[in-house]
Structures are given as C-alpha cells and as structure tokens.
Design a protein around this ligand. Structure first.
Ligand SMILES: Cc1cc2nc3c(=O)[nH]c(=O)nc-3n(C[C@H](O)[C@H](O)[C@H](O)COP(=O)(O)OP(=O)(O)OC[C@H]3O[C@@H](n4cnc5c(N)ncnc54)[C@H](O)[C@@H]3O)c2cc1C
Length: 798
C-alpha cells in the first residue's frame, strides 16, 4: 500500500481511540479514510491498560457512552472474527468510612436515574463476592453486577479489523511530522516530505496529542502521568476459584487501589495520592510497546495498602510492577470535538484512564460529530470548547495534572478545590478579595471567590451540612437587604461591531437584538437543533456596536460559533474579557451605596437598561440587572480602574458575597445556568425560556423550535425535610418512577430547606395546571426525600 496524496479524513494515531473513530466513521458510511500510526497499532498506551470497564459513572452521558461500548465489544467478535475479551465479572466497591459509603450510595442512586441497578451490601456479602479480602474495616460496599473487563489490544484490533473491512486504509510505521492549513482551515498532514491533503484531520495520539495539535496551532490541554499496577504469578487462592471463574473488579478507593484476577494471579493497580507527571520530552522518540521504569519506592505505600486488604498477596510472587504513561486533563474528564482554533481539525484524548471503557461510545460520538458538523448527543461535559488556550499553558498542566490523578479516588465533596496551578487568572480586584477573607475555587483557570469566611468556614468538607452555611447566610442577607459586591469579572466579554452587527446578532441569538442603544437583552445562542449553546446578555452600545456578556466557561464556544456563523455579515468581533471588571452590586441598599461613591448622580435606570456611571475616581457603566434575582446593578469598569471603584464601594458601605450566596439566590429566583439547566441538548422551551425567542428573526435553530412542544421541563423543587442535602444530578421520582434529575441545588435561607432546579418529564400537565404539585421524591445516597415542584421560581411559587 502506498500513502495516498489525498483523503477525505485522516485519523492520526492507531490506539483504541483512533481505531474506534475510524471504525465508526466507516460504519456511518464515510469513505476515503486513512489512519496513520507512527509505530504499530496499540503500541502507545492501549496495549498495557488493565481493561476495566465500569458502567456506574457520575453522569448520564458517560454511562450512555460506556453502555454502548459494552454492547459493541460484545458484538465485535461476530462482526470481525476478533474477540475483545469482554467478560461480565461485576465490580465491588468498598467503603471504610461513612463519607465513602455516602458517596458510593450517591452513585447507586445516580445509576438508577440511568436505569443501572447496583446493590448496597454489607461486609459479609462483600467477602463472599471477593473471598480474598480482609473486611474488618469495611462498613459497606456496592455490588455492580453489570461491570466487566476486556482485553484492550484486542478491542483496538477488532475495531481496526472492522474498519479495514469497510475500506479504511491503515498505515503503520507512518509518523505525522506536520499539519497544513489553508485560510486557517486544516488542509493536510505531512509525513516527512509526503503530504496527504485532507478535508478533516483527527488527532487521536494519546499523550502525544498536545504536541501534534500544536503543529496546527491548536490547543489540547492534556498531560501524562506515570500509572502503576502489579501483576503476580499464579496464586493458589485465585486458582481455587476454578477454571474460567473470575473475581469481580475490586475498588478500594480509601486505599487508592483497584484489583482483579489476571491469569490465575492478581493485578493490583492504584491511583496514588501523590502521582508522578511525565513529559513527552522525557520519553524516547521511538517509544513503542514500551514501559516506564519500575519505581518500588513510589509504589510501596500502595503495596502496603494492598497487602492489608488482600493478605494472600503476602504469598504472591510479583511478576512485574508495570508503569505506563496515560494522559489526564485539568478536570479529569476526557475531551473531544472540533478545535476551536482550527476548523476541520478534530481532537479526542485525555482519557483519564478510562479510554478503553469509553472508546466505543466516545469514538462513535466523535465520528457522528465529524459527519454532522455538530454533536449528535449531549456531550457538553466532554466538549473541548470548555478549555481556553490559557488552560493549555504547560506550567499549569505540569503542576495540576499529577494532582488530578492523585485525586481520582477522592470523595467529590462540594467545595473541593484543586490546590495546584492556582492564581493563573485573577480578577483585577483579587487583592481586595483576599484581604476581605475570600475563600477561592479555581474554575477554568480563574480564582473565583465562593464565600468570605476563609478556610475556617470552609473545612472540613462534607456531603452533609457544609461548614460555610452560616457565613453564606450572612452574604445572602447582604445581597437582599444590604449592598454586596459579587465579583463577576471572569465573565466573558465579546465586542461585536460592524454595519451588520444587528442583523448578524439577530441570526446568532434567539432574542430580538434590534434594541435601542442603552438597552440590554437576555438571550441564548442556539444550535441548529434548537439546543442552547450559550446563555448571555447583550448590551447595545451604538448602532453598530454590541457587547456580549457570557459565562466564564462559554467564551471559547461563543467565539467559535460567532466565527462559524458570521458568513457574509459585515461584522468584526473581539474578545475583551480582560479589559473590564464586572462587579455585581446586589441588595436593597445598592443604589444608596452607589450614590454615596460620587457627586455625579446615579442614572435612574429601568430594568435591563445601562448608562455611564462614576464610582469614586473610576468611570464605567452600570446595568440594572442582577445575577441573583435581587435588586441591584452590574457595574462594568475598565480593568485599570476596577480597584479604585471597588474601594469606593467599600468606603460607601458595601460588603462582599461569593458564588455560593449568588448560587442560592439564583436557584430561588429560578434563573437558569449554562452547563446545568441549559445545555446543547436542551431547548429554551424545555428550560421555560421560550418567551425569549423572537420567532421570525431568522435565528439559528428557529426552524426546529417552530411548533415545538417540550416533553420535559425545568421545574423548581422545594424539599420538605431540612436534612435533605442534594448536590447535583440526583434522580427525581414521581409516582414511584424516575421522571428526571436535579440540575442545580442549594440551601435556601429564605425557606430553611434545600431548593433545586430539575429537568423532569412528568407530570407536565399537572404542573401546567397547578401552582405547586406535591408528591415528588428525590433520592440522595439511597434515601428518598419528599419535595414539591412548580414551573415558577421557588421564591414566587412556594
Ligand atoms: C497502567 C494503565 C492502566 C489502565 N487501565 C485502564 C482500564 O482499566 N480501563 C480503561 O478504560 N482505561 C485504562 N487505561 C487507559 C487507557 O489505556 C487509555 O485511556 C487508552 O489506551 C488511550 O488510548 P489512545 O488511543 O488515546 O492512546 P494510545 O493508545 O497511546 O494511542 C495513541 C497512538 O498515537 C500514535 N501517535 C502519536 N504520535 C503520532 C504521530 N505523530 N503520528 C502518528 N501516530 C502517532 C502513538 O504511537 C499511539 O499508538 C489505563 C492506562 C494505563 C497506563
């Protein structure tokens, strides 16, 4: 076979991910696909994976992708003649402390929302299921019978066989050395002097992906860590199980371990708390079917944990301590999608040690995305557009990624924050917030103040009543009856200018954009399916000038969508995020405080209007709207004057509030948030925002929304029991059946109980007819709590 000089799609990388994308592209009918692998298929990370496949995942999307993988891996042998080794062994997850038990019970409840059954069992039953374990410290466990394992290389080979049978050309020993672009779009790949022109290029190069993406100027923030497991020689206790019998996969997260039987011996792996990052610079250029050096000093604490849990290991002879590299991402979620910077370049990687389990489903999702030009299912949490170029800074990755591996088995408590790579993006008033005792979380690289009680009001973390409840109550009170500064400077700001600015924005955004100067519109950007791609406010500053204020995590996706939608419209757009601070000033005294900062009168603004304002020595503009639903303003101030404005507000009597306070108020007010109530798979009508769609203006997605009757709706929920502490995603029941899931939850200081927003599919008629419907239940860590629901915001309905 000779390398072609052109192909429709070139997939770079012959690991399980590249093979799956090529297989699914071909299965979807795409012709003229070439896979280029610099060494041999599976020679990167795939060949040495442990092959564990776990269905119970923290989200509907991940569970759906893995369920598809399992169905596919079971069927591939019939299709290709190549077995994948899929064996349903089940898995057993131990808890040795109450918080772990709560967490694994939360997962069981979550699984029920996706139709997955798992059982909470006691230590005696756990011992029956895994006879080799010591259970003296086990206080409970979860048995998930549907989990299993595969042979990773065989999965990749079966996929490649299936791909070849459908005409995919696979070239081994063919390293891509460069990427070519024409007019900013990807146009081909270089293999030394040879060029293959291509319409689309897919990077699936595992831990090398970041460097390969950089060949085209694209960002792919991932980084590798050393990843360890031991393999033992045959062990009598395992042999005693009998031929063909298997142990379930064992997860002992409190001891950072997982284990399974392996060729009559054991495989014991770990996600150790202090992981070791490894740069591709330190790997030989010809790294292929290679491993990293054994490091017994590093593994020894894990070995000691393993010996305690599985005493039979004492008698086992360790065959090898396998150390292989695997790549991880900043938020421990894999990434896929079209590069926001380079059209036609698709990226998938950073599999966070779940690449084998995810390959089938995620490869299919990627293939469908390439063909359709848009995701065909809900993939928001994995969408590469959540990462900004700033998040690809090497030092940040080198600092953060080992911590990501090290926290893989952490309990996901609310308020848990990463400790490394902090302070990358700071608000212009950051120093003031520090001085005021802010507790920060790092979100998208930004330091965001969550409350002002400092560490003393933050720890210990808990799934129950959080340490900050009283502190946040003070801040909520200030947002209602005082004047509290909420730092919103991390919000994205995009300037759109040009003769066609108005008509362009009417095409881009669902609401009417032909608003008078000085007005603000609340709107969504939709995709062709009518799903919400972004939730934003738009200010009209001139006949040809608008400013878009978007969520901190939506800037990259909005810029990409603007670029793609612009067509022949005569508009220019600029990301001016770093140019302005945004200070929310919330509460009944907001106006008085603002007035006290300056002798220049505060403009008398109607809701959703803005006008210039002077704040002490600073000049900016004030909008009459709020992120909390309480009375107040948003103040937009050039970055260099933000600190002086902030000081003037403090001098005039303003206090502080953080994101936890604004979150509680937002949920009470029924305000929808992107990534929670609003996702690319949710229509504005489902979210109760249909009234904000200006039908007839020709916006993207309008056709789909014509005559659209939503089959599910966002509702407000108020719990009856003050002990109910929902966090996110919990299943909602009505009449004994699962009808949906929670999308946001918080403690309500107004009601003295938890409030939530949830997406549910029943009983919609009753909800439409009644102000409040009782009889709902929400399952939190296997306990059901009753709640009432309403379509209206909680603070109006209950
Ligand atoms: C110790 C260990 C245990 C694991 N256990 C599990 C598990 O139990 N379950 C699970 O789901 N996952 C597990 N994983 C993770 C899983 O192995 C990976 O997520 C998965 O193999 C990643 O596949 P990939 O195709 O992205 O990467 P790779 O398999 O590394 O494939 C990338 C390919 O790209 C090629 N390439 C790179 N640069 C170029 C170039 N310039 N030109 C052409 N080709 C190029 C490489 O040669 C390589 O073959 C484990 C990983 C490790 C290290």
């Amino acid at each position: 076979m000779t390398l072609p000089s052109a192909a429709r799609t070139v997939v770079i990388g012959g690991g399980v991910i590249g093979c799956s994308i090529a297989y699914h592209l071909a299965r979807e009918g795409r012709k003229d696909i070439v896979v280029l692998e610099r060494s041999k298929l599976t020679s990167g990370t795939t060949w040495h994976a442990a092959g564990l496949v776990r269905r119970l995942r923290p989200s509907a999307t991940l569970t759906k992708l893995i369920n598809y993988s399992i169905d596919l891996y079971g069927a591939l042998e019939t299709e290709t003649g190549q077995a994948t080794g899929w064996t349903q062994t089940g898995s057993l997850t131990l808890a040795t402390n109450p918080d772990r038990l709560t967490n694994i019970k939360r997962q069981v409840s979550l699984g029920r929302a996706f139709g997955l059954e798992a059982e909470v069992v006691d230590a005696a039953r756990a011992k029956q299921l895994w006879p080799l374990i010591e259970t003296d410290d086990v206080i409970g466990a979860v048995w998930s019978p549907a989990d299993g394992r595969v042979n990773p290389s065989d999965v990749a080979l079966a996929l490649s066989k299936g791909a070849r049978a459908r005409g995919v050309q696979i070239f081994e020993d063919t390293a891509v050395t460069g990427l070519q672009k024409k007019g900013g779009r990807i146009s081909g790949v270089e293999v030394g002097d040879h060029v293959i022109e291509a319409d689309e290029v897919v990077i699936a190069c595992g831990l090398w992906s970041r460097e390969v993406a950089a060949m085209a100027g694209a960002h792919m923030p991932l980084y590798a860590c050393e990843h360890f497991y031991i393999l033992t020689k045959p062990l009598a206790e395992v042999q005693a199980l009998g031929k063909g019998a298997h142990l379930p996969t064992l997860n002992d997260q409190d001891a950072f371990l997982y284990a399974r039987d392996d060729v009559e011996g054991l495989l014991v792996g770990c996600f150790e708390p202090h992981a070791k990052g490894i740069s591709t610079r330190d790997l030989p250029a010809d790294f292929s079917f290679d491993l990293l050096d054994e490091d017994w000093d590093h593994f020894m604490p894990m070995m000691e944990n393993a010996l305690r849990r599985i005493p039979a290991l004492e008698r086992a002879e360790v065959r090898m301590l396998l150390n292989g590299p695997e790549s991880f991402t900043l938020d421990s979620q894999f990434m896929l999608g079209e590069s926001p910077e380079v059209p036609g370049l698709f990226l998938m990687g950073g599999m966070n040690s779940t690449g084998i389990a995810l390959a089938g489903g995620a490869g299919k999702a990627m293939a469908e995305w390439i063909i359709a030009g848009e995701p065909t299912m809900e993939l928001n949490e994995a969408d590469i557009r959540r990462f900004s170029p700033e998040m690809n800074v090497l030092d940040a990755l080198e600092a953060r990624i080992p911590e990501v591996l090290g926290r893989h088995y952490d309990n996901p408590y609310p308020g848990r924050a990463m400790e490394t790579a902090r302070g990358q993006r700071r608000s212009p008033i950051h120093a003031g917030l520090v001085a005021a005792g802010a507790q920060f979380e790092s979100r998208g690289g930004w330091e965001r103040a969550v409350h002002f009680g400092g560490e003393a009001a933050h720890f210990p973390l808990s799934f129950g009543v959080p340490a900050w409840r009283a502190q946040v109550g003070i801040e909520v009170e200030a947002c209602r009856n005082g004047a509290a500064i909420l730092d919103l400077s991390a919000f994205g700001k995009i300037m759109v200018q040009g003769p066609d600015a108005c008509s362009f924005l009417n095409h881009l955004c669902a609401a009417q954009m032909d608003i008078p100067e000085g007005r603000i519109a609340y709107t969504q950007i939709l995709n062709a399916r009518g799903g919400v791609e972004s939730d934003l406010t738009v200010q009209r500053h001139g006949s040809e000038t608008y400013l878009l204020i978007v969520g901190a995590g939506e800037v990259v996706r909005d810029l990409k969508r603007i670029r793609e939608t612009r067509g022949d419209f005569r508009v220019e757009f600029t990301d001016v995020t770093s140019g302005y601070a945004i200070l929310g000033l919330a509460g009944a005294k907001a106006r008085a405080v603002l007035r006290a900062t300056s002798n220049t009168p505060v403009p008398d603004l109607k809701s959703f209007h803005f006008a210039p304002v002077e704040i002490g020595l600073a000049r900016g503009w004030a909008g009459r709207l709020s992120f909390t639903g309480e009375e107040g303003f948003e103040l937009y101030i050039p970055t260099d004057m933000a600190m002086t404005a902030y000081e003037a507000l403090l001098d005039a009597g303003a206090s502080h509030a953080g994101l936890y306070a604004s979150g509680s108020l937002r949920i009470e007010s029924g305000f929808r948030a992107f990534g929670h109530e609003l996702t690319p798979g949710t229509t504005p009508h489902e979210a109760g925002l249909g009234a904000f769609c200006a039908m007839g203006t020709g916006f993207v997605g309008e056709e789909t929304l014509r005559d659209h009757t939503p089959a599910r709706r966002i509702v407000s929920l108020l719990f009856d029991d003050p002990d109910a502490i929902p966090i996110h995603d919990e299943p909602v029941y009505f009449g004994g059946a699962v009808v949906g899931q929670i999308t946001s939850a918080a403690w309500s200081y107004r009601f003295g109980r938890s409030v939530a927003l949830a997406m549910i599919n029943a009983p919609l008629d009753q909800l439409a007819a009644n102000r409040v419907v009782a009889g709902f239940e929400v399952e939190i860590a296997c306990t059901r709590y009753s709640a009432r629901a309403a379509l209206k915001p909680a603070k109006e309905a209950f």
